[in-house]
Design a protein around this ligand. Structure first.
Ligand SMILES: Nc1nc2c(c(=O)[nH]1)N[C@H]1C(S)=C(S)[C@@H](COP(=O)(O)O)O[C@H]1N2
Ligand SMILES: [Mo]
Length: 518
């Protein structure tokens, strides 16, 4: 029972902290998010890779659940200790609060007020814990208290069973504490989400592009059931980032600084960005963590300002070979300058498929560079571009063992039939997607059971920077079969058979699908 009371007290502490963080306008300083984010940044690369591989996009809920489980366990312990060793319990609580406060202060763009949520939470948690103390739960208590004399007419001698009335009083208090936790926590979440809705830019009217995208040929998307669409809808677009909650950056407050090795540093507001001539381009984005055949690729129509033109306005100095970009949430990325300036459509994007960037995909603005993996090019919530040298500075993932320069490797995957599908004998459509951004796909080949490679039909080409769909017909005979695919890019490079893992610069190998023909 004291254990449960400890958990209720912890819930109240978290609820109060959440409310304090919301009222202070610093939701990121709430203990759960602050500690969770610190854990993400402190965990070693192999653990992150494992989390992304094992849990995919659910990696963040899994982290929060783990954190919640730890809190329940620790607070149950504190609750158990509280009746007999109140000082120890309060000290443990203070220690946890100090940890949460330190985590909040360690966040990028932290402010001294960020310790407030942890402090308020700890104060309320301590108050709730002390509420158990005045109940005679201490079976071995020999202290003579006035309360005991009044209640029992004599000093309490051990062992004294806990009177039912007091157990009920404890239950009532526990329920009150839990109710207060739900109320404060709920109010905090409500305040934060109301604030965020107005900062999301949902109501923004997008300027029309000065340089619109070429209309998509009807043949870029093949009509094969089960094949992913040529243009990935925003809500189906993969998401990969280190942010535990989606950073909310009000566009009214957003600025982008361009500095470092430049002649004229620039600071740009969101209105400045909207006022520039904007281009619209179809570009396929890919994550370096994508395993062979994996889902971390998506194709969208982006609207944005010409990134190379912006940098040239700032005056690029000799010696600069890297754009070190930073995001509102403190992530950083190092992009090779040369590909950005070579004439490809590198964008400072504000919209995706006709809508302002969804918050999860970088609102108000993000970078998009065709041909480079996301971690070296696609900074979301971008606020800072510094021209530097690879020799001088590194970024979030390059400090953790990933390659400095990471052009996207030629890739292909089988999307139809699905792995382990059972299909009837006869003609079977095999179809999928291939990509080699900024080089283009020249050929896709399929083979069955290690036999001869056969060319697949390619869908219409939408440009060098997008993926390309393909299909072929296979005369399936009964039994188990192994389908394999490989692509050749327009530079003449064919995907190698050799399997290498994503780290440090992207996976290779042929995507293989096993099916049973009946
Ligand atoms: N601020 C920020 N931007 C980021 C990341 C990040 O962790 N933080 N991850 C990058 C990686 S690894 C990829 S693959 C792309 C994914 O973009 P998406 O989530 O819009 O698909 O964003 C990039 N931009
Ligand atoms: Mo990525």
């Amino acid at each position: 029972m004291p254990a449960a009371f400890g958990v209720a007290a912890a819930a109240l502490a978290l609820g109060m902290a959440e409310l304090t963080a919301a009222l202070a306008g610093r939701p990121q300083a709430g203990p759960l998010l602050a500690v969770g984010s610190a854990v993400i940044d402190l965990s070693p690369a192999w653990l992150k890779a494992f989390a992304i591989r094992t849990f995919g996009t659910a990696d963040k809920p899994v982290l929060l659940l783990t954190l919640a489980a730890v809190i329940v366990a620790v607070s149950a312990g504190i609750g158990t200790a509280a009746p007999r060793r109140p000082r120890l319990a309060i000290a443990a609580l203070a220690g946890l609060a100090a940890l949460a406060g330190a985590a909040a202060l360690s966040r990028p763009a932290a402010d001294p007020v960020d310790v407030l949520p942890a402090a308020m939470g700890a104060a309320c948690g301590a108050f709730a814990l002390l509420a158990t103390r005045r109940l005679p739960l201490r079976r071995h208590d020999v202290r003579i208290t006035l309360g005991d004399l009044v209640r029992y007419g004599h000093p309490v001698q051990p062992p004294v069973p806990v009177p039912a009335a007091d157990r009920r009083a404890l239950l009532t208090r526990g329920a009150v504490v839990l109710g207060a936790a739900v109320l404060t926590g709920g109010a905090g979440r409500a305040i934060t989400s109301t604030r965020q809705a107005s900062a999301d830019g949902r109501t923004l009217v997008l300027p029309s592009p000065a340089d619109p995208a070429r209309p998509l040929a009807p043949g870029v998307g093949l009509r094969v059931p089960g094949l992913s669409p040529f243009t990935t809808p925003n809500d189906a677009f993969y998401r990969v980032d280190t942010a535990l909650i989606v950073p909310r950056v009000p566009h009214q407050e957003w600025t982008l600084r361009i500095h470092g090795l430049v002649d004229r540093p620039i600071e740009l507001s969101f209105n400045d960005l909207l006022a520039r001539p904007l281009s619209e381009r179809d570009i396929t984005l890919t994550c370096v963590s994508n395993e062979v055949g994996g889902p971390y690729a998506g194709n969208a129509r982006w609207l944005g300002a010409d990134l190379a033109a912006l940098l040239r306005e700032a005056g690029i100095q000799a010696g600069a070979d890297q754009i070190l970009s930073r995001s509102a949430d403190g992530w950083s990325s190092s992009t090779a300058l040369e590909p950005v300036l070579d004439g490809r459509d590198a964008l400072l994007a504000i919209a995706m498929n006709g809508a302002p960037l969804p918050p999860a995909h970088g609102f108000p603005a993000r970078m998009i560079v065709p041909g480079l993996y996301g971690y070296v090019s696609a900074t979301k919530w971008v606020t800072d571009l510094k021209l530097t040298r690879f020799a001088d500075e590194r970024a979030y993932w390059t400090r953790r063992g990933w390659a400095e320069r990471a052009p996207i490797k030629t890739a292909s995957r089988i999307e139809v039939p699905k792995p382990f599908a059972e299909i009837p004998a006869g003609p079977v459509t095999v179809a999928g997607t291939a990509w080699a951004q900024h080089r283009g796909i020249a050929a896709v080949e399929v083979r069955v059971d290690g036999g001869a490679w056969r060319l697949a039909d390619l869908a219409a080409c939408a440009g060098l920077d997008t993926w390309r769909q393909w299909r072929t017909t296979w005369q399936a005979t009964s039994g188990q079969h192994r389908l394999e695919v490989r692509a050749t890019d327009a530079a003449g490079h064919t995907q190698p058979a050799q399997r290498v893992p994503p780290i440090p610069d992207g996976a290779t190998g042929w995507h293989t699908v096993l099916v049973t023909v009946t």
